[in-house]
Write a protein that binds this ligand. Structure first.
Ligand SMILES: Cc1cc2nc3c(=O)[nH]c(=O)nc-3n(C[C@H](O)[C@H](O)[C@H](O)COP(=O)(O)O)c2cc1C
Ligand code: SF4
Length: 517
């Protein structure tokens, strides 16, 4: 008898023992004389079920999880004898959490072998690049513009407009840079794509290169992602061997080369201009804009800098057409957003869906509330510089403008839950502290203001004159918001002011935990 198993090699699955499970299956298969083929995939993104093991059947894949090494023998018994098992989750595609999603970008993640270009092609890959090569750069840009795709790295700038600017810029040499620094707390979608569907990112970057006339690209990956670095590096080699990179990409006359570059662990190196400084071999310090990177970016040449998810959305847009993408979403937020649920959450993972669900649906319904089972008190959306939302704002739709109207941001789609024991004064302090640690030091409001912010928050619990301290924090936030050169200093007011506005009761003399006891 032969069996085909799928076991993730995604970092999240490895962290809970996926390698040990794969080894246990291989050993058990040997001792039973079973012809076992184990395909290492990315993750499906249902992290509370990892390690998730799938088995190919005539009716499609069926899933089991979370699997421990001691489950392997009984699982093999159940699979080979076709009997029930307590870890059985049924057909993978019918798992409600997965079935409710609209997976345009993550359609292949967890499904294919990330090392195999053939598998990528067999699951619909490379069609976008072929179409891009046949319609030419100008038409590609128009398609991306009309899809309504906005940058998924945080700022939400229209991707097609950025590409048009770089295409129109003068310069014999142009670059494509992928921002895979993914520094936001609670986010992991970029990593999942790089580990689970790396050719998708390469295809998206190749389409961008063709569109703007760039011949060289870099993927800037944070050093904390060793598995993503290894998978991307291998995928680039395979892409070169398979004609996706190199000369005449996708049957065009255009050549495009790609390299991985590794960051050194700085949050501000995710900011596009300090990323470019870092790529050029200097310390990651923010550059003043203008000039925009699309005019003068890497080594002073026109450069497109986009997030992993922005590039990864493009092959679908080229394959299925701009309208197919733009038909999803609401208002000016078109298409889908890979939402990442993290923190104290029951069902943590990757949930790709059209824009427009309310925050409450995402937190209570999809996330299932907190893992501790206690009430959700606050939700931070958009990374460490995102606002904290109280339950009173849970009817806010997941949409760039709706979040901005509530003094918040969607950012890279990270949604981090906190239960009723969270101390919001500590969270406000953390925002200043984080900024002080990560500040590049170029401008005063951020470099000095963040440290003064920590000191002033500390005084709230040690002095009687709390009102004047809070007024000072608000004043400081105003200076940082309008006086900072980049969004690191400029966005610290989001978490601080939202904590003050929605949870004023925490800004008194008694630490929250003690008050609750
Ligand atoms: C402090 C700071 C950190 C950032 N970190 C990231 C990051 O890790 N990944 C990312 O894609 N964008 C990050 N950005 C946003 C980038 O500057 C830039 O807007 C983005 O790479 C553009 O790509 P997009 O249009 O596809 O989103 C950061 C911005 C700031 C101010
Ligand atoms: S806001 Fe902070 S990180 Fe940004 S340029 Fe100023 S000092 Fe640097």
């Amino acid at each position: 008898m032969s069996l085909r198993l799928f076991i993730p090699c995604d970092s999240g699955a490895l962290a809970v023992g996926a390698d040990e499970i794969a080894a246990a299956f291989a050993a058990a298969g040997n001792s039973r004389n079973l012809a076992l083929e184990i395909v290492r995939t990315g993750s499906r993104g249902l992290y509370w079920l990892e390690p998730l093991v799938e088995v190919a059947t005539a009716q499609g894949r069926v899933a089991f999880g979370p699997v421990a090494p001691e489950d392997v023998d009984s699982l093999l018994d159940a699979i080979t004898n076709n009997t029930p098992h307590r870890l059985s989750l049924g057909p993978t595609d019918d798992i409600p959490w997965l079935k409710r999603q609209t997976r345009l970008t993550f359609a292949r993640c967890g499904v294919i072998d990330p090392k195999s270009l053939d598998d990528y092609r067999a699951h619909g890959g490379l069609k976008g690049l072929a179409r891009a090569a046949s319609v030419g750069g100008k038409a590609v840009i128009e398609e991306v513009v009309s899809s309504g795709l906005r940058g998924r790295g945080g700022a939400g700038f229209p991707t097609g407009i950025k590409w048009r600017t770089a295409a129109d810029a003068n310069g014999a040499q142009k670059y494509i840079v992928c921002n895979a620094d993914e520094g936001d707390s609670g986010t992991f979608a970029d990593r999942m794509i790089m580990e689970g569907d790396p050719f998708l990112l390469i295809e998206g970057m190749a389409i961008a290169a063709l569109a703007v006339g760039a011949t060289k690209g870099f993927v800037y990956i944070r050093s904390e992602y060793p598995h993503a670095i290894a998978t991307m590096t291998k995928a680039i080699d395979a892409a070169r061997a398979g004609g996706l990179l190199g000369k005449a990409i996708g049957g065009s006359h255009h050549s495009f080369e790609l390299e991985v570059r590794i960051g050194a662990g700085s949050y501000v190196c995710g900011e596009e201009t300090s990323l470019l400084e870092s790529l050029e071999g200097r310390r990651g310090i923010v550059r003043a804009k203008p000039p925009l990177p699309a005019h003068q970016g890497l080594f002073g040449k026109p450069t497109v800098v986009n997030n992993v998810l922005s590039f990864a959305a493009v092959p679908f847009i080229l394959t299925e057409g701009a309208k197919a993408y733009a038909d999803f979403g609401m208002g000016r937020s078109r298409g889908t957003m890979p939402i990442q649920l993290a923190g104290n959450v029951r069902f943590g993972g990757l949930f790709e869906t059209a824009f427009g669900l309310t925050l409450g649906e995402i937190v209570d319904d999809i996330g299932g509330g907190t893992r501790t089972g206690r009430p959700v008190r606050a939700v931070q959306v958009g990374g460490p510089l995102g606002a904290y939302f109280p339950r009173a704002l849970f009817d806010t739709p997941f949409d760039y403008e709706a979040f901005a109207a509530c003094e918040g941001l969607i950012g890279h789609g990270g949604v981090v839950l906190f239960d009723d024991r969270v101390d919001m004064l500590k969270q406000a302090r953390f925002a200043f502290e984080f900024c002080a640690l990560e500040s590049c030091g170029k401008c005063t409001p951020c470099r000095i203001g963040s440290t003064r912010g920590v000191e002033t928050v500390d005084l709230i619990r040690t002095t009687d004159d709390r009102a004047s301290r809070i007024a000072l924090i608000k004043d400081l936030c105003n200076t940082m918001k309008f006086g900072s050169l980049c969004a690191l200093g400029g966005f610290v007011p989001y978490p601080v002011i939202s904590a003050l506005t929605h949870f004023p009761e925490d800004f008194d003399a008694t630490p929250r935990q003690q008050a609750a006891e």
